[in-house]
Write a protein that binds this ligand. Sequence first.
Ligand code: UN1
Length: 504
Amino acid sequence: MSDLKQRSLSLLSALGVDPAQLAAGPLAVRSPVDGSLLAELAIEGPSQVTGAIGMARTASLAWRDVPAPQRGQLVRLLGEELRAAKPQLGELVSIEAGKIGTEGLGEVQEMIDICDFAVGLSRQLYGLTIASERPGHRMMETWHPLGVVGVITAFNFPVAVWAWNAALALVCGNAVVWKPSEKTPLTALACQAIFERAARRFGQAPAQLNQVIVGLRETGEVLVDDARVALVSATGSTRMGRAVGPRVAQRFGRSLLELGGNNAVIVTPSADLDLAVRGIAFAAVGTAGQRCTSTRRLIVHASVKDALVGRLKTAFARLPIGSPLEAGTLVGPLIDRQAFEAMQAALAAARAEGGTVTGGERVLDHAFPQAFYVRPAIVEMPAQTDTVRHETFAPILYVLAYTDFDEAIALQNEVPQGLSSAIFSNDLREAERFLSASGSDCGIANVNIGTSGAEIGGAFGGEKETGGGRESGSDAWRAYMRRATNTVNYSRALPLAQGVKFDV
Ligand code: UN1
């Protein structure tokens, strides 16, 4: 048995996962750290998924009548359990998704933070009171649970994205059916065990309030097509969203899509370059460029391009690349061979379009023949070509020079995706223009910080091919509830709106 398998088995058992689940079927789970086999899981077939949705429906009928502040207490306990499990779950994220230690732990912290947020929210599911045009009438809005929420998540945030969705869905009175990425189901099983501990302590949660279904695309499709699933919240590629969105719409379900990004940083002549180098490096190479918020494009003013790109090249050349389980590593592996091949194909295409590539090669292949470590690439491009406009989920930073600020904003916006964006500038006019209606067209627009690493308090998501959904903070909770408009007549007359007369 490989060391990593042993380590993950002991973490999973400490987290409360039944070992029988880990050698139960055909789904091979491998660690991107060294390619070793961690577990073999059973795949849920269509009838099991349908059964899970039925149980979730039953759970939701009981849960919707529990007062929201009490529902919040379950999420408070979930947050407590996550605090206790943070070191083990963070390490398991590192083993299964290849994140460096601090990012694995950071992901669990993000889960704890959203639980805290959701607990407060459980007393703040506010509706409006609206002035009625009729005497003796009152109008108001009430917010009710949707029922069953389906959550589909990606490998790169294998646990936090479930928590963003589940914490809000649960305080909003829904049951959750979660299909994790087939590349990272072990961390999902761990979350399920953690959730069940919280539910046992809570004592009055209906059975099967949160369930995990492990499987491939077909498993997710059952969730997408079942009319009992009121909301499908899906995170992943634009290709996946293009398939999921119309199928859910076909049955008049709701979807919340968080898809690809092609996030740019604009650096203007007045920028603090020390800050820019650090901000861009973290956002471009953190999580080995596998965040949907990773910086993929640098749009830099011609007057500072050489200075900035020179410093970035030096920084990229020195990056400690290696096992994410070793202290000091900043860049871990790509998730698998397919990701490596997609990166190499993008670099070849960029070269063919006139790009100059620095870095991007495979490293550590002798130490880890079954894993895919790369040196992050900087690619200076003559123009924003098709390859630049496409999201490649790998650490590639395309560099484009600009001379006129309007041109920089146009370049930033001229891609199909619209998730995150940033400007480094000390010029107030430029920064404010970037944030204005005619500035960045993304769901996230930052000043003097990079494109990734958003806090949970804000709404998270983006426009265009990113899918339009908003998760996490602000008023994202509304997506997990249905709104009813109520008009109450407390008079003895029956005046009609718009002055209509209808006396019978
Ligand atoms: C994602 O990559 O799917 O802003 C989410 C960030 C994280 C979330 C990323 N808080 O980078």
